[in-house]
Design a protein around this ligand. Structure first.
Ligand code: H79
Length: 586
């Protein structure tokens, strides 16, 4: 087993692609309905709060030992002052509940190797190495059990910077050969056994960064869990595609519906572990938008909280979570236990349950008309606001539905419009509609393409702060083309914007052809530059570029298509095209 090297690790380190739960009925029946969970990153790094020797580190705080190259023995001394006297398991669990979250996953051991639980396996644990001497996981397990909250444990199975035999610590000198099997047998497996034996029911064992872990090692971890707690779910980051459900990339919010059982994990600011100087909090409206977007794609949204070294959840985070919880208290019926409905609507997202369709409207229509894609095979019986129950007038056309909406949104964050159908929602018009008054964004993944490839790109902005985009790349010249087809229920004029990144050097950029109806128009895309700090994961500088104005007449199945005209376009990474209403009187 090789060590993680700073140049060879790609987001594949987060685990394989789809993982499936064969025994979902036994294990994970609660999981797809839960929709919203809390992640807690808490460890010795929380005591450091993103600072080491008066230097502030920006980005993910739980990596501070790695970034400051702190020798394991010196880092271990932080434990002597880790005394989280303000930790209160019941308060934390109440915070989880009040936020409307339905499960909790906490770091039992992160990459630093420090166990946040009583462990006979290694003295490098919170009970034996700190003045605190309590076992917070035991207290949390009890508090969760009392309210029926599923509790999961994060365990870093491959990286352990405290152990010479494990992966990740490349700064401390090691005598002799590194033997991963020795670490697995002597620490990881027995500590996982402790977690599965001493804390009652464990809902999830949450692994991370499998990296180079061998299949037999992942299999051994899986077997031990199945033997001790057959009801425990395992996430895909166990490695080797052995998980019961898939965890997407860190901070990855999908844009398209995604099959199987899965979750997205997200940070509230730009770190998982507490960083005192990170003030980049997502506001409640943004958290809700991300939560609803994930649910509308069929997954769970797990939002992280990083308590500080005293065991306090940052006050701002706490207040914002309460706002989220207040919204869910009123609107949760439109979220919990729902299934995905429409992939993409300009004003928000849709979920469904049986014969009910929920439209989560984040951007309230200004013209009093909310347009939804059609629901083939079903009639709309009635429409109402979830907020006040007021019924709304509706017109059902073959390709879309028009709901008459009041001038003001009933809810400040997102108003839910409830459509009752006469039959369960089975399918929806898969083609997007170009609606007057709304921009229509069409992603790379939704293009019909030839002579180019769809690739998922992930890169870091601040350290450990991941961004993701699916892009059309490797254009053939000639021959490359991407085409998007949509319906136009009402004639109108729209700007075409492209979102792309291109490393092209020089001032000329690349020349392209836009096809729309019978017209063919050349246009140019300037180079945006790209940062190549990490060859495998270049930092994309996505830029929006306005190509020009297009006029559409009414009619279904219309298209825009683009083709590179010269070789300079080959390297372009195209993320999306957006048609933006120009609001020109006809
Ligand atoms: O626990 C949180 C992160 O600490 C953890 N996953 C979430 C839930 C995580 N560990 N690693 N990563 C995420 C990916 C990080 C990769 C990198 Fe690197 C760190 C890229 C550059 C620095 C690995 C180490 C690759 C090069 C050096």
């Amino acid at each position: 087993m090789s060590a993680l090297s700073s140049r060879t690790v790609s987001p594949e380190m987060w685990g394989g692609p789809a993982a499936r739960c064969a025994a979902l009925s036994e294990r994970g029946s609660w999981f797809p309905d839960a929709k919203f969970g809390m992640f807690i990153h808490w460890g010795l790094y929380s005591e450091l709060g993103g600072c080491w020797q008066d230097k502030a580190y920006h980005g993910i705080g739980e990596w501070i030992q790695w970034r400051a190259r702190i020798p394991a023995a010196e880092y271990a001394r932080v434990a002597q002052r880790f005394h989280p006297v303000d930790f209160n398991a019941r308060e934390w669990v109440r915070t989880v509940q009040d936020a409307g979250m339905r499960y909790l996953v906490i770091t039992a051991k992160h990459h630093d190797g420090f166990a946040m639980f009583r462990s006979a396996v290694s003295p490098f644990n919170i009970v034996d190495a700190t003045p605190f001497k309590r076992d917070p996981l035991a207290e949390l397990a009890e508090a969760c059990r009392d309210v029926g909250m599923p509790l999961g444990f994060y365990y870093s199975q491959t990286q352990d910077w405290h152990e010479p035999d494990a992966v990740g610590n490349e700064w401390d000198a090691v005598e002799g050969e590194r033997r991963f099997d020795r670490y697995l047998e002597a620490k990881a497996l027995p500590q996982i056994e402790e977690l599965l034996t001493n804390y009652g029911d464990v809902a999830i064992l949450w692994f991370d960064t499998p990296g180079p872990i061998a299949r037999e090692d992942s299999l051994q971890l899986q077997a031990r869990i199945r033997q001790l707690q057959p009801g425990c779910l395992i996430n895909s980051r166990i490695g080797n595609e052995l998980g019961d459900y898939e965890t997407l990339g860190d901070q990855e919010i999908p844009r398209q519906p995604h099959g199987g059982l899965w979750e997205t994990i997200d940070t509230h600011n730009d770190t998982w572990g507490y960083v005192a100087h990170d003030r980049n909090w997502k506001a409640p409206a943004e958290i809700l938008r991300r939560l609803v977007q994930v649910a509308a794609c069929g997954g769970n949204y797990v939002l992280n909280v990083g308590p500080d070294g005293r065991g306090r959840i940052p006050a701002l985070a706490d207040r914002m979570l309460q706002s989220v919880g207040t919204w869910l208290e009123a609107n949760g019926t439109a979220l919990y236990g729902t299934i995905p409905a429409v992939a993409s609507v300009p004003w928000g997202a849709c979920t469904a349950r049986d014969k009910t369709l929920y439209a989560h409207v984040f951007d309230w229509p200004r013209d009093g008309r909310l347009l939804l894609p059609g629901v083939p095979g079903a009639r709309v019986r009635s429409v109402r606001n979830l907020h006040d129950g007021a019924s709304l007038a509706v017109e059902q056309l073959p390709e879309h539905i028009v709901v008459q909406t009041p001038a003001m949104p009933p809810d400040a964050f997102a108003s839910v419009v409830v459509l009752e159908l006469d039959a369960p929602l089975v399918a929806q018009n898969p083609r997007p509609s170009l609606l007057s008054g709304w921009p229509l964004r069409m992603d790379a993944a939704n293009a019909e393409r030839s002579g180019c490839r769809l690739r998922k790109r992930s890169w870091m902005e601040k350290f450990g702060d991941w961004k993701h985009a699916e892009c059309l790349e490797e254009w053939e010249v000639p021959g490359g083309e991407a085409r998007w087809t949509f319906d136009v229920p009402e004639a109108g004029a729209f700007y075409l914007d492209l979102e792309y990144s291109s490393p092209t050097e020089g001032d000329e950029g690349s020349e392209w052809i836009l096809r729309c109806g019978s017209s063919e128009t050349p246009f140019v895309l300037l180079g945006t530059g790209e940062s190549h700090g990490d060859e495998a994961n270049p930092r994309l500088l996505l830029r929006k570029c306005r190509i020009g104005l297009l006029e559409f007449t009414r009619g279904s199945g219309q298209a825009v298509a683009i083709q590179p005209k010269d070789a300079a376009g080959r390297q372009t990474r195209l993320a999306a095209v957006t048609l933006v209403p120009a609001r020109i009187e006809s």
